[in-house]
Design a protein around this ligand. Structure first.
Ligand code: ATP
Ligand code: ZN
Length: 297
């Protein structure tokens, strides 16, 4: 079945670490998603002209580069590995999504007392990310042999395939369980939204723009809070400087309290208890911190 070209298409991971958060992001952007059956390749949004293509994460760069999907959600690690094998870029990153954070790291046997990068010279390093590793080794001026494996890279040293490995790490528990320790970071990654550079017609572009605006709104509201507080006039500039990630706050006079104002602001960064204590010390009172449900920038 060929894709319905009157609708937009977004490629997301079918199952795995990115699946839940990718769907959640689209739901937060107001899309009603039908549940996909296990063997289904696509599922649709009921209230937006968007089809989800559910694929292996490794296939997402190809789908987006070829324009089969106008958009995709994938880890920068997969994206960059793919891009390094291409002559010219065929997609662009449009937003960092704040999940799926991990790092591609070189790991050495725990039994090694000390480690320097020069110890990699002439050694075999097993990885599923040969291009990212190769770029790192060239940058560091190290000549080593890269052994490409599709999975279970952490087993390579035990199997005698390679002494070192280069693999994705978030907590380090898998490395530890295999007697390995991280020694160098090659690439840091998180999930991103990508857009195909293949030209699309104006109607499609308009739908894509509307969806991107909603997604940007979801990302912006993730940490954002609305703060309201009262303050004497003399304290307002100090208070404004403390408000985390706020643009110019709204300042309105309080009826019956000359010289006192209500200050209102959207804070784009986390508001901690320490922030409230600093605001209070600067002269603020009746401080309210409220979640923001939706935002369009
Ligand atoms: P697929 O079947 O889609 O090919 P996979 O096994 O390659 O799945 P997952 O393990 O689900 O992929 O990881 C998907 C992405 O999640 C990774 O490419 C990476 O961007 C991110 N990620 C976050 N933390 C980790 C981690 N600790 N290990 C591996 N990937 C991680
Ligand atoms: Zn994969």
């Amino acid at each position: 079945m060929s894709p319905d070209r009157s609708r937009l298409h977004i490629a997301i991971q079918k199952s795995g670490r990115l699946n839940d958060r990718s769907r959640q992001l689209l739901r937060d952007a107001g899309l009603k998603l039908s549940e996909a059956g296990r063997n289904q390749l696509t599922t649709r949004a009921d209230n937006f002209p968007l089809d989800l293509m559910l694929v292996r994460d490794d296939d997402i760069p190809t789908f987006v580069a070829d324009g089969v999907c106008e958009l995709g959600i994938v880890g920068q690690n997969v994206l960059e590995e793919y891009a390094l094998g291409q002559a010219a870029p065929r997609f662009e990153e449009v937003a960092r999504l704040g999940f799926g954070s991990c790092a591609l790291k070189i790991a050495a046997p725990e039994s090694l007392d000390c480690f320097t990068l020069s110890m990699l010279a002439g050694q075999r390093i097993a990885t599923s990310y040969p291009r990212l590793l190769q770029r790192f080794l060239v940058q560091e001026g190290i000549e080593a042999e890269i052994v490409t494996m599709r999975g279970a890279v952490e087993l390579a040293p035990r199997l005698g395939i390679a002494r070192f490995i280069c693999d994705l790490v978030s907590t380090g528990a898998t490395l530890e369980a295999n007697g390995l320790a991280p020694v160098a970071e090659v690439f840091h990654s998180e999930a991103v939204l990508v857009r195909s550079l293949k030209p699309i017609d104006a109607a499609h572009a308009e739908k894509a723009r509307a969806l991107l605006m909603r997604i940007e709104g979801v990302i912006a509201t993730a940490e954002a809070k609305y703060i309201v507080l009262n303050a004497p006039e003399a304290a307002i500039s100090e208070i404004s400087a403390i408000l985390p990630g706020a643009e110019a706050p709204t300042v309105v006079p309080l009826v019956g309290r000359p010289g006192h104002f209500a200050v209102q602001a959207v804070c784009q960064e986390s508001v901690f208890w320490e922030t409230l204590e600093r605001l209070k010390a600067a002269g603020a009172s009746a401080i309210l911190v409220m979640p923001i449900e939706k935002m369009m920038l």
